[in-house]
Design a protein around this ligand. Structure first.
Ligand code: CDP
Ligand code: MG
Length: 173
């Protein structure tokens, strides 16, 4: 069993509808655990940086206007196979086509106003988590910056307390 982290975001449409806590409840029910949370608002420039991979696409202006239109909630989620697991929970990009029960089907509207974001690769988890949380903040929360974007082995089970060292055949002098 390998623990992984992913970066999730509740987008402005869902925050403004008051869906944030319903979304977090669905996330928790899926077995993923929020381990860092921040509510903030992206400027247009920050939205452009966050979605730089889509620069030049026809939806880029609308996307960055939308993402800077109101508050968002960013979360680091922890769990087994968190990246693909959360992508599955979100559903497909277009809320109209997303499978029943997925976050985008339940809380989004269409291909642009689709309620939630989720990282799609370990490299992007690192980049996107770093966008919202400093290494120091994550460390305070018990998340190693080295573990973000990486699959980390679970902590070794704690060993039983070692008995007081007693030589098997104490030598009598
Ligand atoms: O978010 P996801 O990874 O599923 O999709 P994407 O292809 O990386 O697109 C990023 C975001 O751009 C989407 O979540 C939508 O909000 C927006 N988008 C849009 O407004 N119109 C499209 N035709 C495609 C994406
Ligand atoms: Mg994407």
């Amino acid at each position: 069993m390998a623990i992984e982290y992913t970066l999730a975001m509740v987008k402005p449409d869902a925050v403004s509808k008051g869906s944030t806590w319903h979304i977090i409840q669905d996330i928790a029910s899926s077995g993923l655990k929020p381990v860092a949370v921040r509510m903030t608002r992206l400027s247009k420039e920050q939205a452009k940086t966050f979605y730089a991979v889509h620069a030049g696409k026809k939806f880029f202006e609308g996307l960055t206007d939308f993402m800077s239109s109101g508050p968002i909630v960013a979360l680091v989620l922890e769990g087994e196979s968190a990246i693909p697991k959360y992508r599955e929970l979100m559903g497909s990009t277009d809320s109209k086509k997303a499978a029943p029960g997925t976050l985008r089907q339940k809380f989004g509207t269409d291909v642009s106003q689709n309620a939630v974001h989720g990282s799609d690769s370990p490299e992007n988890v690192r980049r996107e988590a770093g966008f919202f949380f400093s290494g120091t903040e994550l460390a305070v929360l018990g998340i190693s910056i080295d573990a973000i974007g990486a699959t980390v082995p679970p902590a070794a089970p704690s060993a039983p307390a070692a008995p007081a060292a007693t030589p098997a055949n104490p030598v009598k002098r």
